[in-house]
Design a protein. Structure first.
Length: 382
C-alpha cells in the first residue's frame, strides 16, 4: 500500500521539479534578453511611437505611390530628416559661431557691453540689482568676470549640460525616425503580429480592442504634442518678427524642435525678452507689451495640451492627460506616451471588470426555474 502511494508522490515531485526548472530557465532567458535589449530600449520605444503616429500618413503616401510601402516609408524618413535635421544643423552652426566669437573676444579682451538704460533700475524686485551688475560689467568687464568667476563657471556648466541634452534628444529622435521608417515599411505584418500578442495576453475578444486603444492613445498624444509645438512656434515666430528680434525664423524653428522634444519654450522666449530690454530699441510701453505676449506664447502649451490630448480615445480625456503628465514626470519624454497608454488600458480593463461584475450580479438576481410566481406589480394602479 505504501509502495502504491509513494509512486504518485514521486511522480508529482519530479513534475514539480521539472516545472521549477522550466520557470527558472524562462526567467533567466527574460532577464538576459532584457539586459541585451536595454541599450536600445529608448531608441525602439521612440521608433514604435513614431511609427504608430505616422502610419496613417504613410498609408496616404502609399496610395499616392501606387502601393509601394518601402518608397513611402523612405520618403517620409527623408522628409523628416530634412525638416528636423537641416534646421538643427543651421541653428547649431550659428550657435557655435557665436560661442567662438565670444570666446575669441574674451581672450583678446575686446569684448564690450552696452551701458544699461536707466529704466532697468525701475524693474520690480530685481531692477536695482540687475542695473548695478550690468553697469559694473559694462564699465570694467574683465574685473567683473574675475570677481564672479565661480558663479559664471557653474552657469556655463549648466548651459553646456542643457545644450548636450538637447543635442542628444535630437539625435535620438532622428535615429528613431529611421527605425520607424523600417517598421512602417512592414506595417501590415507588424500589426498582425501585435494583434496575435494582444489576443494571447487578453483573449480573442479583448485583445484587438486593447490594441486599438493603445494605437489611438499614442496617436492622440503625438498629434497633441506635435500640433502644440507647431502652434507655439508659429505664435512665438510672429512675436519675434513683430518685436524685431534678429533671427526670428531660426528661433521659431528652435521652438518647434524644443516642443517636439518636450522641452520648455521658455528656453527661447525668456532670452528673447531679456534681449528686448537690453537692446532698448522700442519704447518702454511696447517692450512691456512684447514681453507679455512672448511670455504668454511661451506658456500656451499648458493650456492647449488638455484640449488636444485624448481625442479619438475610448478613455476619458482626464485619464489620458493624467497618464501623460505622470509618465512625463516619472520617465521623461517617452513616459508621456507610455503613461497615457498604460493608464488608458488600465482604465478600460477596470471598467470592463466593473461592467461584467454588475451583469453577473443582475443575472444572479433573476428568478430561477421552479420558483413561485412573482407578486403582481401594483405600484402603477395603487
Amino acid at each position: 500500500m505504501s509502495t502504491e502511494n509513494s509512486t504518485p508522490r514521486t511522480q508529482q515531485s519530479r513534475d514539480l521539479t521539472l516545472i521549477l526548472i522550466r520557470v527558472g530557465l524562462v526567467g533567466l532567458l527574460v532577464v538576459l534578453s532584457a539586459r541585451v535589449f536595454a541599450p536600445f530600449m529608448g531608441l525602439m520605444m521612440w521608433a514604435l511611437i513614431l511609427a504608430v503616429a505616422l502610419y496613417p500618413l504613410h498609408l496616404k503616401v502609399v496610395k499616392w505611390l501606387s502601393g509601394r510601402h518601402g518608397r513611402a516609408a523612405t520618403l517620409l524618413v527623408v522628409s523628416g530628416i530634412l525638416l528636423v535635421g537641416a534646421p538643427t544643423v543651421m541653428i547649431g552652426s550659428a550657435f557655435a559661431g557665436h560661442l567662438h566669437g565670444a570666446y575669441t573676444a574674451f581672450e583678446d579682451k575686446t569684448i564690450t557691453l552696452k551701458q544699461p538704460d536707466p529704466s532697468v533700475a525701475e524693474w520690480p524686485l530685481v531692477g536695482k540689482r540687475v542695473y548695478g551688475a550690468w553697469s559694473a560689467a559694462a564699465t570694467n568687464l574683465p574685473a567683473f568676470l574675475e570677481e564672479h568667476q565661480a558663479k559664471l563657471k557653474n552657469l556655463s556648466k549648466r548651459l553646456l549640460s542643457v545644450a548636450a541634452n538637447t543635442a542628444g534628444s535630437i539625435l535620438l529622435f532622428l535615429a528613431s525616425l529611421i527605425v520607424a521608417g523600417m517598421i512602417m515599411a512592414w506595417g501590415e505584418s507588424g500589426s498582425a503580429a501585435m494583434t496575435r500578442i494582444f489576443s494571447a495576453l487578453a483573449g480573442a475578444g479583448t485583445g484587438p480592442q486593447l490594441q486599438s486603444l493603445s494605437t489611438a492613445t499614442v496617436r492622440s498624444v503625438a498629434v497633441g504634442v506635435i500640433g502644440i509645438a507647431f502652434i507655439q512656434s508659429l505664435l512665438l515666430g510672429i512675436g519675434f518678427i513683430v518685436a524685431g528680434i534678429p533671427g526670428a525664423g531660426l528661433l521659431a524653428l528652435a521652438v518647434l524642435l524644443l516642443g517636439i522634444c518636450q522641452l520648455p519654450a521658455a528656453v527661447i522666449s525668456l532670452p528673447a525678452i531679456a534681449y528686448l530690454w537690453w537692446a532698448g530699441d522700442s519704447s518702454t510701453l511696447m517692450t512691456i507689451v512684447y514681453s507679455i505676449y512672448l511670455l504668454v506664447a511661451g506658456l500656451v502649451d499648458n493650456v492647449l495640451k488638455p484640449l488636444l490630448l485624448g481625442r479619438g480615445v475610448d478613455a476619458p480625456m482626464p485619464v489620458v492627460l493624467i497618464g501623460a503628465l505622470g509618465g512625463l514626470a516619472t520617465s521623461g519624454i517617452i513616459g508621456l506616451f507610455v503613461g497615457a497608454v498604460l493608464l488608458s488600458v488600465g482604465y478600460v480593463i477596470f471598467m470592463q471588470w466593473v461592467d461584467s461584475a454588475g451583469e453577473s450580479e443582475g443575472a444572479g438576481a433573476k428568478p430561477r426555474a421552479g420558483d413561485g410566481p412573482a407578486a403582481p406589480d401594483t405600484s402603477a394602479t395603487g
